[in-house]
Design a protein around this ligand. Structure first.
Ligand SMILES: [Zn+2]
Length: 157
């Protein structure tokens, strides 16, 4: 693979090849280290080692770039279903906005159930009389009341 880069030594565009890119004419190695003219290396006596360092740095950069793209793609892939979920949840919460039915005595007047229901409506839900039908009517009110309250609370969400 040949690249056309500005050679720091030739001062013109030259064909570069290899990793890191090396001027095919003079052997100058294109690297940020060379461009900054940094010679703070443990092997300053041999500048040929520096391009090797920046070469791995370039590889690392490409690796990070690929990782970045992968993370971006992954986050897009993983965020889309959750967006759908949110949309679905919004829809379902709208659908669940229903008219709440207030507790209403479903029993015929004069029955034990009816009396229990009426009693619960006035006194709260402590259904512990000796009459089973009274207790059932009483519990029916408690059930309707809690369903009504649950429904109201759901609509307020
Ligand atoms: Zn050159």
């Amino acid at each position: 693979m040949t690249l056309n880069l500005s050679c720091g030594k030739c001062k013109v565009i030259q064909p570069f090849s290899g990793v890191p890119p090396t001027c095919e004419v003079c052997g100058w190695v294109c690297s940020t280290t060379n461009m900054r003219a940094v010679t703070r290396s443990k092997r300053t006596d041999n500048s040929n080692y520096e391009p090797r360092n920046t070469g791995s740095g370039g590889g690392l950069f490409i690796l990070l770039l690929i990782l970045g793209v992968l993370v971006f793609a992954w986050s897009r892939l993983s965020s889309e279903p959750s967006d759908n979920n949110q949309a679905a949840r919004a829809e379902s919460s709208e659908a669940s906005l229903r008219e709440c039915v207030e507790p209403e005595n479903p029993y015929s007047e004069g029955t034990g159930h009816y009396a229990g229901y009426e009693w619960a409506e006035r006194n709260g839900s402590s259904c512990s009389s000796s009459s089973q039908s009274f207790n059932e009517g009483c519990e029916e009110y408690a059930t309707q009341e809690s369903e009504y309250e649950e429904c109201e609370a759901e609509n307020k969400k």
